[in-house]
Design a binder for this molecule. Structure first.
Ligand code: GDP
Ligand code: MN
Length: 390
């Protein structure tokens, strides 16, 4: 789960992580009050969306008058911001954070991330922070430094000092930086985060460290014990189908292709998507309907799949272990009849009562193609979806 920048900064303040003064605007009528209480005659107007790259896309602007602030707020609020991290549609700007500007001497990159390879929280730093960090990572990878934290002992003074030395910090900055890193680590662990990215972390002209940006991701698997985080989640920034699937307890991830997959088991779902790709197709989603599939669940899954207008073919791949394939087949037939589905469906059933299930489909009135072999099933759905390609 992503936090907005303003939510991240509210969290930083609780952990004594330095930020500038700022206020959230959700309606233009709040502007005058906010401008009066934040700053004097210069402000930074920042669109709140779950995507980076806002600066380059006109989502972060420095304004020099109330008139300019008013114009920028009206331009951004209610619009969709398209950055290199969003899709072509962009993300809805429903709120704007207005901050007091600060005078920047240097822009640093600082991130804490759960690193799967070392199975540790990793501190990533670079002296070349700012809007072009992706380019730095590509062209000068040696300028990106990584320091894993040993979970037994936690963040160590010696490694903090090393990081400060590598960044070329003087004593004054090092003292601030060491405090900052300790506080981020504490927040990271206590709040079950999987990412904190501060880009830029700035050194101001009067030698103070300030977090100008804040990207925070909370580990979804820990949300059950982070109820406060769950409360501040902004559904308007999430994929509509993924949200609906989550409420129904279906594991669903939207993708860009046209062939929808409905599979039981995450491993089988991955293998199914791989196979579609191998044969030249493009999956429209990952969908694991779980072990307890029945007609109701099949209908729910089809509803989510069909609400994606890119989809022009569905591959159902079920391995019947505890579930019986004939019950699944009845569910698919029931769903296809009730929902009047007019795109091709290929069903592959394997395992308990697979034969009976395929027989049911063959003898039904719905146009569902059955195929026992997964390779052939994948080829079939690619062929059929190509024929009817929209
Ligand atoms: P991002 O592009 O989505 O990562 O948004 P950021 O919050 O990082 O803002 C983009 C850029 O705007 C930063 O890299 C800064 O250079 C600039 N910026 C942000 N806040 C301030 C500020 O208070 N003063 C000045 N001068 N520049 C700022
Ligand atoms: Mn940034």
């Amino acid at each position: 789960m992503n936090l907005h920048e303003y939510q991240a900064k509210n969290l930083y303040r609780k952990y004594d992580i330095p930020t500038t003064k700022g206020k959230l605007l959700t309606h233009p009528s709040q502007l005058d009050d906010i401008l009066r209480s934040v700053g004097k005659n210069k402000w930074v107007i920042k669109a709140q969306v779950h995507a980076g790259g806002r600066g380059k896309a006109g989502g972060v602007v420095l304004v020099n008058s109330k008139k300019e602030a008013n114009e920028e707020v009206r331009r951004l609020l209610g619009s969709n911001l398209v950055t290199h991290q969003t899709n072509a549609q962009g993300q809805a700007v429903n709120s704007i954070y207005i901050e007091e500007p600060c005078e920047i001497k240097d822009e640093i990159y600082l991130a804490f991330i759960v690193d799967r390879t070392s199975q540790r929280i990793m501190i990533i730093t670079s002296s070349e922070g700012g809007m072009d960090i992706e380019e730095v990572a590509e062209r000068f990878p040696e300028k990106i430094l990584r320091n894993p934290i040993n979970p037994i002992v936690g963040i160590m003074p010696a490694q903090c000092r090393q990081i400060c030395e590598d960044l070329g910090f003087d004593k004054d900055l090092s003292v601030q930086m060491i405090d900052l890193m300790k506080n981020i680590y504490k927040m990271f662990v206590q709040k079950d985060l999987s990412l904190v990215e501060i880009n830029p972390l700035v050194v101001t002209k009067d030698n103070k460290l300030i977090c100008l940006d804040g990207k925070v991701v909370v580990d979804n698997s820990a949300l059950y014990r982070q109820p406060k985080m769950n409360e501040i989640r902004d559904d308007s920034q999430e994929d509509e189908r993924e949200l609906k699937a989550e409420k129904l307890d279906l594991n669903y991830v939207s993708l860009d292709g046209n062939i929808a997959c409905m599979v039981n088991g995450a491993g089988l779902a991955m293998a199914t998507m791989d196979l579609i790709k191998t044969h030249g197709g493009e999956p429209a989603n990952f969908l694991d309907v779980g072990g307890s599939v029945n007609e109701k669940r099949v209908i729910e899954a089809f509803e989510i799949i069909l609400s994606d207008t890119k989809v022009n073919g569905i591959l159902v791949n079920i391995f019947g272990g505890i579930v019986r394939c004939d019950i699944i087949a009845a569910g698919i037939i029931g769903a296809a009849e009730k929902m009047n589905i007019n795109i091709p469906i290929v069903v592959r059933l394997e395992g308990t009562n697979a034969k009976e299930g395929l027989e049911l489909i063959k003898n039904s009135n719905v146009t569902v193609y059955e195929e026992a072999d997964l390779d052939k099933a994948a080829l079939k759905i690619i062929e059929l979806s190509n024929k009817g390609a929209k």
